[in-house]
Design a protein. Structure first.
Length: 131
C-alpha cells in the first residue's frame, strides 16, 4: 500500500516492496501515485545496516517517472556480509530536486550466512599474506 510520511505534499505517494530475493540479489519494486502530471520525478534510495547508511543512489540518469508510474531496482548482495539490511526510498522532482514523498515503511532483507573473519556491511576480499 502506498503511503507517505506526514508533512510532505499529499499530491504524491511512493511505495517500495521487496519483490524477490535470491542468494545474490534483491529486487525492489517502486510504485508512484500522483494527483498531478506537472512534474517529472526520480527515485532515491539509501541502503542501511545497523542504523548506518552504507550506500545511496538515485534514478535521475536512468529512470524518470511521471504520474502513476512503476520502476524496479535489482541490488547485488555479493559484496554484503551476513546481516539485516534496510532500504529507505524517496521521491524527488527533477527540476528542483525537491523531496515530495517518502514511504511510511522501510524494506528489510536478510543476507544469510556466518563468517568469523568478516564483520560490518561490506565483504572485503581475503588478501592476507605472510611477510
Amino acid at each position: 500500500e502506498a503511503g507517505n510520511v506526514d508533512g510532505l505534499d499529499n499530491k504524491y505517494s511512493l511505495s517500495c516492496k521487496l519483490a524477490s530475493q535470491s542468494k545474490n540479489a534483491v529486487e525492489l519494486n517502486f510504485s508512484v501515485e500522483s494527483k498531478t502530471n506537472e512534474n517529472e520525478l526520480y527515485l532515491g534510495i539509501s541502503l542501511i545496516r545497523d542504523g548506518i547508511c552504507i550506500a545511496q543512489m538515485n534514478s535521475i540518469k536512468s529512470v524518470i517517472l511521471k504520474k502513476d508510474s512503476q520502476a524496479s531496482l535489482s541490488i547485488s548482495t555479493d559484496h554484503f556480509n551476513p546481516g539485516v539490511y534496510e532500504v529507505t526510498s524517496a521521491l524527488f522532482t527533477v527540476d528542483q530536486k525537491k523531496l515530495v514523498a517518502i514511504p511510511s515503511d522501510r524494506v528489510r532483507f536478510v543476507v544469510k550466512g556466518h563468517d568469523d573473519t568478516r564483520n560490518a556491511a561490506i565483504k572485503l576480499e581475503d588478501t592476507w599474506k605472510m611477510s
